[in-house]
Write a protein that binds this ligand. Sequence first.
Ligand SMILES: C[S@@+](CC[C@H](N)C(=O)[O-])C[C@H]1O[C@@H](n2cnc3c(N)ncnc32)[C@H](O)[C@@H]1O
Length: 200
Amino acid sequence: MHHPAPPTPEFLAHVADRQATLRTHLAALLPAGTPLTLELGCGHGHFLTRYAAAHSDQCCVGLDLLADRIRRAVRKRDRARLAHLHFLKCEAVEFLACLPAGVTLGDVFVLFPDPWPKRRHHKNRLLQADFLTQLADRAGQGSRLFFRTDHAEYFAFARAALASHPVWRIDMAVPWPLDEPTVFQQKASAFQSLVAVRAG
Ligand SMILES: C[S@@+](CC[C@H](N)C(=O)[O-])C[C@H]1O[C@@H](n2cnc3c(N)ncnc32)[C@H](O)[C@@H]1O
């Protein structure tokens, strides 16, 4: 069995620095008291830019791990002059860990997340019990999680994780708020969607 080497002190110091910078940045950027609309893995930002243009009353934040995708998303945002929309190069779990205490999540979008099809990689999937709990901890009562994928097996996996979660409740009656196809949606021949509401 492969045991990864423990992280070096330099690596840990680098992570601590990055998180301290992110905490300071988020505290300056995000208004306390207004629930955030969040898109995890926003790619080039097509969906959230259109969404924010239609919802000028919401503070919208899109995250992606890839700098190039975020650069393109920021260009869209700047062209559309949407001051209430922010795109950050940031990892989803780290973002939640660094979110200022007074900031809560409203609606959360996860559109065509990486499916990690091999069984031994399922642990990398975003939508699973631990992460759903971390999201629920920062989400307000009535927050909604909008999930869409073209990967049938990931859809069933995420649906099962949500169905057995103590806080999220699947509610297929909630309408999809905006039909703006993402880059990955445009390439998909078929896809499935579900909505879960933060109950309890
Ligand atoms: C398959 S792409 C979909 C992009 C976009 N949502 C779309 O539908 O076109 C998944 C995206 O999620 C990003 N991503 C994966 N894991 C992430 C994480 N833990 N935190 C933030 N972004 C992540 C990837 O960099 C990638 O851009």
